[in-house]
Design a protein around this ligand. Structure first.
Ligand SMILES: *Cc1c(COP(=O)(O)O)cnc(C)c1O
Length: 431
């Protein structure tokens, strides 16, 4: 029996309608920006395998470090014990994160990093004796799939079955260019009551919302408003961290510094699941007490897994090397040139770039913007037939490649984007 057939007997895949989904593609190997299927087909991973991969697949440096760690210490309880990879990775992260970050709390993925940040924020105010019950978030945000993370994410088809059990969140619109003043007024009104514990945001780039971007200046203003009202700021850099936006963190584009930062995805270069929540000394200090009830009672069995931390350290070394930093800037430059050219073409509504992210919004009528749109599947399938993995968000097709991608490989991705644009022109009458 083929691998795909065996899979279909026993596996339930993420974000997949199992009744109608085609058989999954069996991947046997990865190298650089490429994935190789059982039958030898090569597929260019232009979305870094759900935004996780930074340096290419099966990177030998990360593999060597993971191998070494596996033979030394695979795992140990992280309450009452510590180990070199966890400490060294925390030291490395604090060196490059906004300077006010003082402590690192480990968990398992982006959603748990967000859960930890929300719990830290709520308990911070509780410990100070002034509980605040609410969270402020962007209406179109995505922060993960666990209940707390779902609660602060956009409410829609993904969350509909759970609405009754999601906690109360005050939403403000995303301050896209032209909407800044409105959104600042919304925030001012929401914060005035003084009952908002924290503002959680995807800094400068909302991935799942459709690679939506906004300017640093308005985020600085929102953060200043929060500060004036005693509301903590949580930067969800699960997507934007580790060079994605052209700087090491999106928070580096800002004047203001967040009280907490959530990291995952690129944290291990796409090798292993690992989450991190960092916080300022001020947040941390509110948990210090002779009274044990002020403790942050949170942890996971695999907290700070040494192998995952070793992968994180190896990835960080690669990321900070000149070659990688130059690669990031080169991708950013090529994306900008491509966006400028695309924007002039029929079939394109708009283009956005930020660092290594290029998004093209194709000009399809209203319905096309849906995650469920039939056109979206046509885009996905056509790209795959051309040997490029894209995962359009409705009519928004984007590239978010590993930093090792070459010029020739980028050209292939851009050529497919052109073909998708032509497909739109053929199928949709111009408005
Ligand atoms: C992917 C993502 C998450 C959730 O991370 P998981 O590891 O998938 O749980 C949270 N926030 C943002 C901004 C993300 O892009």
């Amino acid at each position: 029996m083929s691998l795909a057939a065996r899979d279909q007997r026993v596996i339930w895949h993420p974000y997949t309608q199992m009744q109608t989904a085609p058989a999954p593609l069996p991947v046997v190997r990865g190298a650089g920006a490429w994935l190789y299927l059982e039958d030898g087909t090569a597929i260019l991973d232009a979305i870094s395998s759900w935004w996780t991969n930074l340096h290419g697949h099966a990177h030998p440096h990360i593999a060597a470090r993971v191998h070494e760690q596996l033979q030394t210490l695979e795992h140990v309880i992280f309450a009452g014990f510590t180990h070199e990879p966890a400490v060294a990775l925390a030291e490395g992260l604090l060196q490059i994160l906004p300077a006010n970050q003082g402590k690192v709390f480990y968990s398992d993925n982006g959603s748990t990093a967000v859960e930890v940040a929300l719990k830290m924020a709520l308990q911070y105010h509780h410990n100070l004796g002034q509980p605040r019950p609410k969270i402020l978030a962007f209406r179109d945000s995505y922060h993960g799939d666990t209940f707390g993370a779902m609660s602060v994410s956009s409410r829609g088809a993904f969350t509909a079955p759970f609405t009754a059990l999601l906690f109360d969140v005050t939403y403000i619109d995303v301050p896209v260019p032209g909407r800044e003043a409105d959104v600042l007024a919304q925030a001012e009104a929401a914060l005035a009551a003084g009952d908002i514990a924290a503002f959680i945001y995807e800094p400068l780039l909302l991935g799942t919302a459709g690679m939506v971007t906004y300017e640093p200046a308005v985020l600085d203003q929102l953060m200043r408003l929060c500060r004036a009202h005693g509301t903590l700021c949580i930067a969800d850099e699960v997507l934007t961290g580790f060079g994605r936006t052209g700087r090491l963190f999106a928070s580096h584009y800002l004047q203001e510094q967040p009280d907490m930062v959530c990291l995952s995805k690129g944290l291990t270069g796409g090798t292993m699941a690992l989450g991190v929540t960092t916080c300022s000394k001020g947040v941390y200090n509110a948990f210090l007490s002779a009274d044990r009830s002020r403790t942050l009672f949170h942890g996971h069995s695999y907290t700070a897994n040494p192998i995952a931390c070793a992968a994180g350290l190896a990835s960080l070394e690669l990321l900070l090397a000149d070659a990688c930093q130059e690669g990031i800037q080169h991708i950013a430059q090529r994306h900008s040139q491509t966006a400028a050219a695309f924007e002039q073409l029929p079939g394109v509504r708009s283009c956005r770039t930020l660092g290594t992210m290029l998004a093209v919004e194709l000009a399809v009528p209203g319905e096309g913007t849906s995650y469920f749109s039939g056109l979206r599947d046509q885009f996905y399938n056509l790209a795959l037939r051309r040997g490029v993995l894209l995962r359009p968000l409705g009519n928004i097709v984007y590239a978010l490649p590993p930093y090792c991608i070459t010029d020739d490989e980028l050209d292939r991705v851009y050529a497919v984007l052109h073909e998708l644009r032509e497909l739109v022109l053929e199928t949709v009458p111009l408005a």
